[in-house]
Write a protein that binds this ligand. Structure first.
Ligand code: AMP
Ligand code: ZN
Length: 105
């Protein structure tokens, strides 16, 4: 947990954010400012600031498995995944997250 990280606070339950899906080491919640009809964020529960800092290969696999499982759960067959890494690439929140973008089912 990083004290000044908004996603750590969400994961810690400080804002009562609804989790669309959760695994042992990942959570999924809705993006607050959706850029598509369905816009979810998949995060590791541990504070990892970006993909560049992700060393744990089991967690890498779990994050992608979570993408597959949450999209299956909500019946979203077609979607984009997006990871911004670094300020110049548009990363604003420095807690690793995978965007899932899709149209309504
Ligand atoms: P990125 O540019 O990849 O760092 O994306 C950060 C994303 O986090 C943006 O799409 C924001 O809309 C989203 N976001 C920021 N604050 C919150 C929040 N409190 N709850 C949900 N999503 C958020
Ligand atoms: Zn964090």
């Amino acid at each position: 947990m990083s004290e000044d990280c908004i996603f750590c606070k969400i994961i810690n339950g400080e804002f009562n954010t609804e989790f669309v899906y959760e695994t042992e080491n990942t959570v999924v919640f809705k993006d607050i400012n959706p850029k598509a009809p369905i816009h979810l964020l998949v995060c590791p529960k541990a504070h990892i600031s970006s993909l560049n800092e992700l060393e744990d290969k089991a967690l890498m696999a779990e994050l992608l498995q979570t993408v597959k499982d949450v999209t299956k759960k909500i019946g979203l067959k077609s979607y984009q995944t997006h990871i911004n890494t670094g300020k110049e690439a548009g990363q604003v929140v420095f807690h690793l997250h995978i965007h899932i973008l899709g149209k309504e089912n």
